[in-house]
Design a protein around this ligand. Structure first.
Ligand SMILES: [Zn+2]
Length: 88
């Protein structure tokens, strides 16, 4: 299972806070800021049906549990815990 994130996802913080945050904390490029999905295998759609072409692998993440809860795709999380109901 691969943990991937949306390539075109927007940062979680607003524009005004973005500048201030950037001054205080350098942005960690390895920290995902968009919704994260699960791929059953490379070049396969995510469990929720999201196309893999617009997803990029999250470095260092081995499972959806490595992703903050608010960034986890709920459909992928459900599909993982209910394999019999996996979207085809
Ligand atoms: Zn998903």
């Amino acid at each position: 299972m691969l943990v991937v994130t949306e390539r075109l996802g927007r940062p979680r913080w607003g524009t005004a806070n973005f500048v201030q945050t950037k001054l205080v904390y350098p942005i960690d490029a390895d920290t995902p800021t968009a919704r994260c999905h699960l791929l059953p295998a490379p070049q396969q759609p995510a469990l929720c049906g999201f196309p893999w072409e617009v997803l990029v692998e999250v470095p260092g993440a081995n499972d959806l549990d490595d992703i903050p809860l608010d960034l986890q795709c709920t459909d992928c999380a459900e599909a993982r815990s209910n394999p019999s109901e996996t979207v085809t």
